[in-house]
Design a protein around this ligand. Structure first.
Ligand code: ADP
Ligand code: ZN
Length: 725
């Protein structure tokens, strides 16, 4: 197939609009390349699209409209088109939605150097004012990124004249848009840290080019990051690009500084905290080769790399790699697909791999490299259960006497303790002591959670909040509403009472406006800004707490309840990770888990540190049940404003399951989804289970093909569902 279309030739364009087919256009004056990003007319609008191939020509040529213009960016490469096509086929997502994922760069088509941008300058400020300080603080915080005037003024919460005033003095530098400004070259030949034997062996095992996937397993602090940075160095030396994916919350300035120390320059960043200006630049420079290393959140996988040679997925088990709205994809799995298409190496790093990855390594599909000890003197924390059946604790108290004693010892020594509870807010439930009424969300089948800090009740499903009432909404009794159960805010209260002289801090995402603020706060606390830290799973991810020597888990049983097939796996990972926060520096840490069932196999596996035993047992159980990764699964969520039609559709689908039966798949349901109503929409769930080798996607597509969604009904398919809400 020719790679170029002359003016007037028909081209097939996939637009970013939700259409299920390609549209024919005439190539514009000057022609266009295969893969070109173009602007085309669609009805009265101009929309973005990609030239996917020759046009079909099944339409009156005279009526076919022309491409409006070709954008000034490198055409999409065949490998990327291939990737989007396959990823779309795997997740049953229309190509248009995949193209949308791959074009999420603002102002993609803007002509170069159209705008002025601002970044940190070197000039002295004659007179410091609070407004000026704010601007400089924002620039400082974003570490050298550039902003448009509007972006910077808004971030700082000041008027544009403040920025201009600083620019006039050179304290802020004004320059042409850096859209076409390459990133500073990284120097892979700078010496890294001197590696331990373990680490050196791991680096040697990772030294390969072309497609391969390796599980890099090692406890927190064993030097996984150190090792994969060497793999990045090797990739850069080959002249190829590298991508490091991290869960959003782990994308800290601490991490970026570490990369900078290793390579002498900062990498390109791609995550929700990056300015629009910077996103434009990253997208282009990735396509151009002017960005050698990208450090980003899951969507960085859809950037247009020129020659991607390595993808690292750090904390590969993390559930945030699964996108749960819009296109439902798992970035970890899509990474392996993309790498296999572009001949890149994949490194999946984790202290507690997902069962899928563990099983792939067991089966020999992935290589496995292990770091067995922590770096330096840091040792794994000692782990013990606190048997709550033997602790003397009044009804609405949660910190056992044993845990209290341990915390007191830490405070005496000037060390930090972390009290972990994976529940945001003050109390998970608010109940009326007069009539027993529970306050529920008006739109969801979920309890409202009291957030004392915000002085409101909040629904954790839809985010709806309302003021905390004083009277029961049902029986109108005054002052009889009582919080039931613990949340992190309530733990904060309890600990402050127990340790009135200690500095107690609650770390929860609601307490901070932006993720940057939160990260900055966590860093300050880690440096010693608190004696007792109370946190949700936020703190389990990626942060270093050098002074932390005790972790107390309030409710180790919490994750073991519920219908989630991954409950055991998630509890295991979370507890191990939380425990891994203790004793990272030279001090040995202790992790104590409060539990009512110390004999539970998951709890004992955690305590014994016998990971392989845990995975083998878990794998055997899933294999027995034909569950992933030993069988295939897809979730179907139907939703609508009225419950009747949603169930009718579910029943009709369950009855007409011929297409599924042909591949040996079975349908379960319809049943109300575990959360039967979200934002006023009723939700019904079907589960499809199939044998491992089954051609599930094709069967699912055939199965739902006859469905005509009437009114406001919606159908969403989730291949390899992670959660079952
Ligand atoms: P992980 O990614 O497995 O949690 P890291 O790579 O972050 O582990 O290493 C933990 C800590 O030990 C870091 O502060 C790191 O700089 C340090 N470290 C690891 N390996 C070495 C080494 N070979 N020499 C010096 N410091 C090291
Ligand atoms: Zn709600």
């Amino acid at each position: 197939m020719s790679g170029f279309f002359h003016e007037g030739e028909l081209v097939g364009v996939v637009t970013t609009q939700p259409l299920d087919r390609m549209l024919d256009y005439k190539a514009p004056e000057g022609g266009c390349h295969l893969g070109a990003f173009v602007e085309v007319p669609l009805g009265p609008r101009k929309v973005l699209g990609v030239v996917w191939g020759p046009g079909k020509g099944d339409f009156d040529y005279a009526k076919v409209r022309s491409v409006i213009r070709v954008l000034d960016v490198p055409p999409m490469r065949d490998e990327m088109k291939d990737f989007l096509t396959r990823a779309g086929a795997y997740t049953l997502t229309p190509l248009s939605a995949m193209v949308r994922l791959a074009t999420r760069s603002p102002g993609l088509g803007d002509p170069p150097a159209m705008r002025k941008v601002f970044r940190m300058g070197t000039g002295e400020v004659d007179r410091m004012t609070p407004a000026r300080e704010k601007v400089l603080a924002v620039l400082e915080e974003f570490g050298g990124l550039s902003f448009t005037l509007k972006e910077l003024a808004e971030q700082a919460g000041v008027g544009p004249s403040v920025v201009k005033g600083l620019a006039a003095q050179g304290a802020v530098r004004e320059e042409d848009s850096p859209r076409d400004l390459p990133f500073a070259r990284l120097d892979p030949s700078r010496p890294g840290k001197e590696l331990t034997d373990d680490q050196a062996a791991a680096v040697a095992a990772l030294d390969r080019d072309g497609y391969s996937t390796t599980l890099l397993k090692g406890v927190t602090g064993s030097g996984k990051t150190e090792v994969y940075l060497e793999a990045v160095a090797a990739c850069l030396r080959r002249g190829r690009q590298a991508l490091v994916l991290l869960p959003e919350i782990a994308l800290t300035s601490e991490f970026l500084t570490r990369v900078e120390e290793r390579f002498g320059a900062r990498p390109a960043e791609w995550h929700s905290g990056v300015t629009m200006t910077e996103r434009r630049r990253v997208w282009r420079m990735v396509a151009d080769g002017g960005a050698e290393l990208v450090v980003g959140a899951r969507s960085a996988l859809f950037l247009p790399y020129r020659d991607l040679g390595l993808i690292v997925v750090d904390e590969e088990h993390d559930s945030s790699y699964k996108q749960e709205d819009g296109v439902l994809y798992n970035a970890r799995d899509m990474t392996v697909l993309r790498a296999s298409l572009c001949g890149a190496q994949v490194v999946l790093a984790s202290a507690t791999p997902s069962l899928e990855t563990w099983a792939n390594a067991e089966a020999g599909k992935y290589a496995r490299v292990e770091l067995t000890s922590r770096f330096g003197d840091a040792v794994l924390p000692e782990m013990r259960a606190i048997d709550m059946r033997r602790e003397d604790l009044p009804g609405s108290r949660w910190v056992s006497p044993t845990l209290q004693r341990e915390i007191a010892k830490r405070i005496e020594k000037g060390e930090q303790s972390l009290v972990f509870l994976n529940r945001r807010g003050y109390a998970p439930m608010t109940i009326c002591r007069a009539c027993g009424h529970q306050i529920m969300c008006d739109h969801c089948d979920a309890r409202m959670v009291e957030h004392r800090f915000l002085k409101r009740l909040m629904c954790h499903q839809c985010g709806e909040t309302k003021p905390m009432p004083t009277a029961c909404p049902s029986c109108e009794a005054e002052d009889r509403l009582a919080p039931i159960g613990p949340g992190v805010e309530r733990m904060g209260e309890e600990l402050a009472e127990l340790f009135p002289d200690a500095k107690v801090v609650v770390l929860s995402s609601d307490l901070y406006g932006t993720s940057r603020e939160l990260k900055a706060h966590i860093e300050a606390i880690a440096e010693g800004g608190a004696d007792i830290i109370i946190g949700t799973q936020l703190v389990a991810k990626g942060h270093n707490f050098p002074h932390l020597t005790l972790v107390g888990v309030i409710d180790a049983d919490l994750g073991l309840q519920g219908s989630d097939l991954r409950a055991a796996e998630k509890t295991f990972q979370l507890m191990r990770q939380v425990a891994g926060r203790a004793g990272r520096a030279e001090k040995r840490g202790v992790a104590l888990m409060q539990t009512f069932q110390p004999e539970h196999p998951v709890i004992t596996a955690i305590l014994n540190g016998d990971e392989e035993a845990f995975w083998r047992a878990e794998a055997a159980e899933r294999e027995q049940a034909g569950m992933p990764p030993y069988g295939r699964m897809a979730g179907v969520i139907l939703s609508g404003p009225e419950v009747g039609p949603v169930f009718d559709l579910g029943n009709a689908l369950a009855r007409n399951d011929g297409a599924l039966k042909r591949v040996g798949a079975q349908v379960y349901g319809p049943a109300p989804a575990p959360i039967a109503r979200i934002r006023g929409r009723h939700r019904v769930r079907l589960l499809v289970k199939a044998p491992k080798g089954a051609a599930l996607q094709g069967a699912l597509a055939d199965w739902i093909k006859p469905v005509r969604l009437k009114g406001d009904l919606r159908l969403q398919i989730d291949i390899d569902p992670q959660s079952f809400f």
